[in-house]
Design a protein around this ligand. Structure first.
Ligand code: ZN
Length: 247
């Protein structure tokens, strides 16, 4: 089975449609979503409809629960808080109930799916470096963990036999669990709707379960159209500007 693993869509319909098209061309048969379907962008209703229709699994993100008042937002910056309030006002009771009912983790074969970190999934910690990766490897059992939240794609590899941890450059991971049972990985799939690694192209991962292969991919999309919708909705201009810069 070949999955497209998507995260941090953030109400960006242009980015999501571009990723979905590219993923299907690359052979994706199903979609897995790691949360933050909404927040920041201008199309929350369209995004919720899309993930309900197309995703086999959808995990809750902090912005999904922020929009419905179900998680603490005191640490949100003013633009994020304004977007959460605006998003909440757009949602129907049915859409709000859908977001409220999303699970905080899921298991799919060899993989754990979570929005932020395996350790305390709904405390919304960030996993950005080897130190936090090392800590989190001891808080899940599966060979593979997919997550998002930081909007920075990357792969952390842990060899349990040699107790060796490293960041995997290049964005391609060959797991082959049968041959290397002690090798485990944490894959941050990056963000579809608001990349923050300096590259404005939408990010996602292709996961082929039969081959044990994960590939981080980037997709160009109509950034100007998504930014224009954010401005037209009256959301903070900063949220439109950052899309082009990829930060
Ligand atoms: Zn996010």
């Amino acid at each position: 089975m070949r999955y497209a693993v998507i995260s941090d869509l953030h109400s960006n319909l242009e980015a999501l449609q571009a990723v979905a098209r590219e993923a299907r061309q690359a052979g994706a048969e199903a979609f897995l979503c790691l949360g933050d379907v909404v927040g920041y962008g201008a199309d929350p209703t369209a995004l919720i409809a899309w993930v309900r229709r197309h995703c086999e699994v959808v995990i809750a993100g902090n912005h999904d629960w922020a929009a419905i008042g179900a998680t603490d937002t005191s640490y949100f910056n003013p633009a994020a808080a304004a977007a959460a309030r605006w998003t909440g006002a757009q949602l129907s009771p049915d859409e709000a109930a859908y977001l409220a009912g999303l699970p905080s983790t899921a298991r799919l074969g060899d993989a754990l799916l979570v929005h932020a970190t395996p350790y305390q999934p709904t405390a919304w910690h960030y996993l950005l470096d080897l130190r936090s990766a090392a800590f989190n490897f001891s808080h899940f059992e599966e060979p593979l963990c997919f997550l998002g939240h930081s909007h920075v794609p990357g792969i952390f590899l842990f060899d349990e036999d040699r107790r060796r941890l490293r960041a995997e450059p290049g964005g391609v991971l060959e797991l082959k669990p049968s041959q290397k049972p002690s090798r485990r990985a944490i894959v941050n799939v990056g963000s579809v709707g608001q990349p923050r690694d300096g590259n404005p192209e939408a990010s996602y991962a292709l996961y082929d379960t039969a081959e044990g292969r994960v590939e981080l991919r980037r997709v160009a999309y109509d950034v100007a159209a998504a930014a224009q919708k954010i401005l037209a909705a009256g959301l903070p201009a900063f949220l439109a500007e950052r899309l082009a810069a990829g930060y």
